[in-house]
Write a protein that binds this ligand. Structure first.
Ligand code: ZN
Length: 72
């Protein structure tokens, strides 16, 4: 809360996607913005899963590699 206009401004929120003022009972200004945000969250989840998978794969490769090096 950085801007407080003389205390008479009605309570409102901002759409997290496009940033325009919306009613405090709403989460997004429109169904389009809701879809955009939900798609972004889904993509973020996929991205995190991919990163985790890559890290595990790298760990396994390192483990196998170290085993090979120790044996020879
Ligand atoms: Zn919006």
């Amino acid at each position: 809360m950085s801007q407080k206009a003389s205390g008479s401004a009605p309570a409102h929120k901002h759409c997290p996607v496009c940033g325009i003022s919306i009613a405090p009972t709403k989460d997004y200004c429109s169904n389009e913005c809701r879809e955009i945000d939900e798609n972004g969250q889904k993509r973020m989840k996929n991205y995190r899963r991919l990163t985790l998978l890559l890290m595990v794969a790298a760990l396994v490769v390192l483990l196998v590699l170290s085993l090979f090096l120790r044996r020879s």
